[in-house]
Unconditional design. Sequence first.
Length: 219
Amino acid sequence: MTDSDDRGTNARTEAPRSRGGRPRASSRRTLEDAASELFLEQGYAGTTIDQIAQRAGVGRNTFFNYFAAKSDLLWLDVDDTIAALPGILDATPVGIDPSAALEHAVTALAARHPHGAVPIALSQREPMATHDEFLAAGLSRFLLVAHALAGFLAARADDGVDATIVRVAANAVTAAAATAAGAWALAGVERGDLAADVGRAIAPVCRGFAPQLDPKPPA
């Protein structure tokens, strides 16, 4: 579910077509297209996995080869970006303060996200009635990112840093980034650069925690 229809073109044009005109061979994007159509026609809550699979021209088991739940269809590009977080954390330069490392990593994660990849749970929240589902399914993703950032900070901070402060800092930065990303998504075609927006949002948070996270200079 992006601002462009370019994604998934190969899957739609190269796969053999069924009598009904939809490719038999499916992919994440084919299922995404089918789900988008149905969500717009009858709402998110009124659409079943069986209906999505049928519209895509595949069996129910094929759906579960790609997704664990219907709500995952609302987060395709977001989940791809989140999946890149461990690699980004590993690649964050050593030798910089924990607060700066946190700011660097989260901004780099935002920079990885495709510009046109806006979750339909936000971009089509009114016609698809996805707002409540977006909030419910978003919580698990928020916690996943916050947990990863807390582990990253804990490994970089001094042993004497309060573990609670580490978790609070990770949660606060995750919340700031998510708020900026949500505003970016809702800005429509006039939206700017996600990494820049996220960077502006998390910078004061990271720097605010710096006195508690960063090593103290020798007296």
